[in-house]
Design a protein around this ligand. Structure first.
Ligand SMILES: C[S@@+](CC[C@H](N)C(=O)[O-])C[C@H]1O[C@@H](n2cnc3c(N)ncnc32)[C@H](O)[C@@H]1O
Length: 423
C-alpha cells in the first residue's frame, strides 16, 4: 500500500530518511522536506526500505536528473539535486556520522574541495551480458542487483571512456565481447590513453585474439590485459602512465588507482603540504600516490601495500626518481606494524579501503607514537570508528576536509589531520 512520507534528512548510502507510523523509512531519490508517495519494498532490521512512487510536493533543491538511466542504473544516487546541495548534504552526513559513530563533535568548518561534477571518472567497470535474442549489451548493474542496465553513454565518465564505450557497443565489437563478463578501463590524466582489462573470459584463444585486435584498433588504447584468477596476461604496454603533480605513476592492471581525475592533485597536496622530517609511513600506499611526493620532504619513506602488483609498481615508480630512501613493503599494514619498531615517525598517511583500519592495527600504530596522522577515507562510518580509537589514544583532530570525488553519487571522500597530544 502506498503511503505519504516527508523525509527529514539524507543518510549515508544515498537514501532519505523519514518516519511513518512509528517506523523508520528509507527511500531513494527523495529530498528532505518534500512530500513523497512511497511504497514498501522490503523490511530489514526493523527499517522499511521504500520506493518513491511520485513526488507530491518537491523541495526547492530538486532538479531534473539529466541522465535517462537515473533511478535504474546503480551508479548514481544524487542526480535529483544540484551539485551544491549534494556537497552540503555530504558535509552534514560526514559531520553526523562522526558524531553518531565516533562520538566526535566536529563543529568547526569542513572545507569543500569540488570540481566539475560531470565527466570526472577516469575509470569504468563495464558489465557485459548476452541477451536472450543473442545480442550483447554493455552497461552497469542496477542498484543492489546483478541485473544489467544497458547504457549508451554515462555522464560521469570521462570523454575517452565514453568514446570507448560507444565503440565497444557497436557491432564491430559487441558480438565478440560475449566471451567476457566485465571490462575495466582506466584512462590517463590527459584522458588520451587507456588500458583495458577483460575479466571472466570464457575462451582463452578467442580472448587473446580479441584483445590483440582491440589493442590494434581502439583509439587511445595502449595496453590490454586478461585477468584469470587474479593473474594478468598483458598485451601492449604493461603499465598505464598517470601524471599527478610533478610525478608519473606507472599503474599495472589490477593495481589500485584513484577513479576521480579532477581533484587528485588537490588531495595529494593537502596530504603532503607543509610536512617534512625524518620518517614518513604511507600505509595502504597503492602505487605510491602519496609516497613519491612524501619522498621530496622526508629523509625516509616506508610505503606499505598489501597487493603484490601495486607494491611492485610502487617500488618501480620510486626507482624512476632514484628515490633510494623510499622502501616499498608488500605486506598488510598489520603484518608490517607487528614487526616495525622505529618509534615517533613524523607523519603517517592512512588511506585504507572501505573497511577502514580497525582497532588491532591502530593499536600497533599508536604504540609507535606517530607525531601526525593524515587519514584519507572513502567511508565515513569506518572513519568515525577509527577516529574514535585515535581520539581515545592521544590524538586530536586538527582538520576535516571533504573532497567531492564522486558527485552525483553518495560516496564521500574525506581527509582528517590529527596530531599527537603533548604527554
Ligand atoms: C583506497 S586505496 C589507496 C591507495 C593509495 N593511497 C592511492 O591513493 O592511490 C587502498 C589500498 O590499500 C591496499 N590494501 C588493502 N588492504 C590492505 C592492508 N590490509 N594492508 C595494506 N594495504 C592494503 C589496497 O590494495 C589499495 O591499494
Amino acid at each position: 500500500m502506498p503511503f505519504e512520507l516527508i523525509p527529514h534528512k539524507l543518510v549515508y548510502g544515498g537514501e532519505a530518511l523519514g518516519h511513518h507510523q512509528g517506523r523508520t523509512v528509507l527511500v531513494p531519490r527523495a529530498l528532505p522536506g518534500e512530500r513523497v508517495e512511497v511504497e514498501e519494498h522490503r523490511t530489514a532490521k526493523g527499517v522499511v526500505h521504500a520506493r518513491p512512487v511520485r513526488i507530491l510536493a518537491a523541495a526547492p533543491e530538486r532538479v531534473e536528473a539529466p541522465c535517462p538511466y537515473f533511478g535504474r542504473c546503480g551508479g548514481c544516487q544524487y542526480q535529483h539535486m544540484d551539485a551544491q546541495f549534494q556537497a552540503t548534504a555530504k558535509r552534514e552526513i560526514l559531520r553526523e556520522t562522526l558524531r553518531r559513530i565516533g562520538k566526535i563533535d566536529w563543529s568547526a568548518d569542513i572545507p569543500l574541495h569540488a570540481a566539475n561534477p560531470w565527466n570526472y571518472r577516469n575509470q569504468a567497470e563495464l558489465k557485459v551480458r548476452r541477451l536472450p535474442d543473442g545480442s550483447v549489451v554493455l552497461g552497469f548493474f542496477e542498484a543492489e542487483s546483478h541485473r544489467l542496465c544497458p547504457v549508451d553513454s554515462c555522464l560521469i565518465l570521462s570523454p575517452r571512456l565514453n568514446s570507448l564505450l560507444a565503440e565497444l557497443r557497436g557491432l564491430n565489437w559487441s558480438p565478440r565481447l560475449a566471451i567476457c563478463q566485465e571490462i575495466e578501463i582506466l584512462a590517463d590524466d590527459r584522458d588520451e590513453r587507456a588500458a583495458m582489462t577483460l575479466r571472466a573470459v570464457a575462451n582463452t584463444v578467442e580472448g587473446e585474439n580479441l584483445v590483440r585486435d582491440m589493442l590494434a584498433n581502439l583509439a587511445g588504447v595502449v595496453g590490454m590485459a586478461i585477468e584469470t584468477g587474479g593473474e594478468f596476461k598483458t598485451f601492449g604496454d604493461a603499465q598505464l602512465e598517470y601524471v599527478v603533480g610533478e610525478f608519473r605513476y606507472g599503474v599495472s592492471p589490477g593495481s589500485f588507482f584513484q577513479a576521480s581525475r579532477f581533484l587528485l592533485p588537490d588531495l595529494v597536496n593537502a596530504v603532503v603540504a607543509e610536512q617534512d622530517g625524518r620518517l614518513a609511513l604511507d600505509l595502504f600506499a597503492g602505487v605510491g600516490l602519496f609516497a613519491l611526493p612524501l619522498a621530496r620532504r622526508f629523509s625516509s619513506v616506508i610505503a606499505v601495500e598489501a597487493a603484490a602488483r601495486a607494491a611492485h609498481d610502487l617500488g618501480a615508480n620510486a626507482r624512476v626518481y632514484s628515490f633510494d630512501h623510499v622502501r616499498a613493503v608488500a605486506q598488510t599494514t598489520y603484518d608490517f606494524l607487528r614487526r616495525f619498531a622505529q618509534t615517533q615517525p613524523d607523519l603517517v598517511v592512512l588511506d585504507p579501503p572501505r573497511a577502514g583500519v580497525g582497532a588491532q592495527t591502530l593499536e600497533l600504530l599508536v604504540s609507535l607514537q606517530p607525531k601526525r596522522i593524515h587519514y584519507v577515507s572513502c567511508s565515513p562510518p569506518t572513519l568515525a570508528r577509527d577516529l574514535a580509537y585515535l581520539a581515545g589514544h592521544g590524538y586530536e583532530l586538527r582538520s576535516v576536509d571533504l573532497f567531492d570525488f564522486f558527485p552525483q553519487t553518495f560516496h564521500i571522500e574525506a581527509l582528517v589531520r590529527l596530531v599527537r597530544r603533548a604527554a
